[in-house]
Design a binder for this molecule. Structure first.
Ligand code: AMP
Ligand code: ZN
Length: 113
C-alpha cells in the first residue's frame, strides 16, 4: 500500500527506532509510548487489521508472535507484558496496517483484559 504509514516505516522510507527485524517482521518503538516499554510489531507485508487475517497470510501473524517472544527476551520483559491489537473504529485503530502493541514496565491492572 503506497500511502500506508507502517508500510513506509517497514521499508525504511519513514524513520523509526528499530527494535527487531527479519525477512517478514519489523518492530519499532511507539512514537507516543503508553508504558515504559511500548513496541509495535508489524508484518512487513500490508494486512489491514486482525479482521483481514486468513489462510493466505496467517503465517505472517505467527511470525509476528515468534518475534514478540524474541523481543520480550531481548528487552528482558521478565515481569510480564501485554500484547494488544486494535481492530477497527470501536477499538480505536488509527493505523490500518496490522500491528501488535507490546506494553510492559508497569502494572497494567485488570481493566480491558
Ligand atoms: P493504533 O491506535 O492501535 O492503530 O496504534 C497506532 C500506534 O502507532 C499508536 O500507538 C501511535 O502512537 C503509533 N504511531 C503513529 N505514528 C507513528 C510513527 N511514525 N512511529 C512510531 N509509532 C507511531
Ligand atoms: Zn501497510
Amino acid at each position: 500500500m503506497s500511502d500506508c504509514l507502517f508500510c513506509k516505516i517497514a521499508a525504511g522510507e519513514i524513520p523509526s527506532t528499530k527494535v527487531y527485524e527479519n525477512e517478514s517482521v519489523y518492530a519499532f518503538r511507539d512514537i507516543a509510548p503508553q508504558a515504559p516499554t511500548h513496541i509495535l510489531v508489524i508484518p512487513k507485508a500490508h494486512i489491514e487489521s486482525a479482521a483481514a487475517v486468513d489462510g493466505s497470510n496467517s503465517a505472517l501473524v505467527a511470525k509476528c508472535f515468534e518475534a514478540i517472544a524474541e523481543i520480550a527476551k531481548a528487552e528482558k520483559l521478565d515481569g510480564g507484558f501485554r500484547v494488544i491489537s486494535n481492530c477497527g473504529d470501536d477499538a480505536g485503530q488509527t493505523v490500518h496496517h496490522l500491528h501488535f502493541h507490546i506494553l510492559a514496565g508497569k502494572k497494567m491492572g485488570e481493566k480491558m483484559v
